[in-house]
Design a protein around this ligand. Structure first.
Ligand code: NAI
Length: 335
């Protein structure tokens, strides 16, 4: 039976990479029908809304969405649509696997980790104040026990399900003592429920150094919203860059799948974007929908394609366009 999925094209490279996913899904005969909606500057111009009601209703109804990146103005303008969507549907887990792939050049060949980033609280809670007269700005990091508990529990559950050996909790509790205390308390409490999984905590600055020296020592990483955001791009750099790293925003009922990267304005509209990250996010979506065979078929085709550097996009050292890469993936699909 065909399932309806909300598709948000986004902007920047969003339309190019979402088109690639649509083409691959059609060629692989995935039983998914897209309900297309959008958000951000695009819909602000066309329908006068940053997040149209029709998009919210579509996600509420379908419970699953695939999302291209959406621009957020830097230092001014509207609040991130991405953050608003995560908060609106309480998608408290941001799950970002970073795995070395054969053929994808990187300093390391043995990275296999997954980041669990808290996705609705912390410095992204939206509590910001500016005293224009005194020129003082406050950005408040609000963390709740429930938020800490849920993200740590999610990380351990994932580690348990996937047979991972270790969970590393990353914090800055030496300075941010209160928020750190709650997260560490969640780590201490929940780790006792999983005696077979090794548990450790690390201060975020040390974690950055450890990751760039010996990333293979990490398995599941659980952390706050801001640290998770930063560590995600760092870890993307360990496995070939932002063009290949997928992600999922998951709540109890609804999930929105999207790549780690943004709208890549420097290459948008030029046919240079690597669609792998969004395709891999779509593969995570297919597993979530229990369409495992389709997920594996597309994953194998991507992995085969990545072995051919000449068929890859510029970020991976090749010279293929988004369309050429996509067509090669389609050729490699098992029909
Ligand atoms: P970015 O992730 O868009 O780009 C960083 C670098 O990676 C650029 O050099 C870009 O060309 C490259 N890159 C990213 N994705 C690529 C792909 N698929 N193929 C090849 N190269 C790729 O980060 P940046 O420039 O900091 O942000 C641009 C905009 O994206 C901002 O407005 C930001 O707020 C937004 N953004 C949106 C996200 C979302 O929708 N979830 C996530 C991150 C940023």
């Amino acid at each position: 039976m065909t399932k309806l999925v909300t598709l948000i094209k986004g902007d920047g490279i969003g339309p190019e990479i979402t088109d690639a996913v649509k083409k691959v899904f059609a060629a692989a005969q995935v039983p998914v029908e897209w309900e297309e909606e959008n958000a951000g500057e695009t819909t602000l111009e066309t329908v006068g809304e940053l997040i149209p009601g029709s998009l919210l209703n579509s996600i509420k109804k379908n419970k699953i969405a695939l999302k291209g990146p959406i621009t957020t103005p830097v230092g001014k303008g509207f609040k991130s649509v991405n953050v608003q969507l995560r908060q609106a549907f309480n998608l408290y887990q941001n799950i970002r696997p970073c795995v070395s792939t054969e053929g994808v050049a990187s300093r390391f060949s043995n990275v296999n980790l997954c980041i669990f980033r808290e996705n609705t609280e912390g410095l992204y809670a939206g509590l910001e104040y500016m005293d224009e007269r005194l020129q003082i700005a406050d950005s408040i990091s609000r963390v709740s026990w429930e938020g800490c508990y849920n993200i740590v529990k999610g990380a351990f559950e994932y580690a348990h399900k996937m047979g991972c050996k270790k969970v590393t909790l990353v914090h800055k509790a030496n300075i941010l003592k209160n928020a750190g205390k709650l997260l560490l308390k969640a780590g201490d409490e929940i780790s006792k429920q999983y005696p077979d999984i090794k548990y450790e905590d690390k201060i975020v600055d040390n974690m950055c150094m450890q990751l760039v020296i010996k990333p293979e020592q990490f398995d599941v990483i659980v952390t706050t919203n801001l640290f998770g955001d930063i560590l995600s791009d760092l870890c993307a750099g360990l496995v070939g860059g932002l063009g290949v790293v997928a992600g999922a925003n998951v709540g109890d009922e609804i999930a929105i799948f999207e790549a780690v990267h943004g709208t890549a304005p420097d290459i948008a509209g030029q046919g240079k974007a690597n669609p792998t990250a969004l395709l891999r996010s779509a593969i995570m979506m297919l597993h979530h929908m229990e369409l495992h065979d389709h997920a594996r078929n597309i994953e194998n085709a991507i992995n085969e394609t990545l072995l051919h550097k000449d068929q890859c996009t510029g970020d991976l050292g090749g010279s293929a366009s988004t369309t050429e890469f996509t067509d090669f993936v389609i050729e490699k699909l098992k029909k």
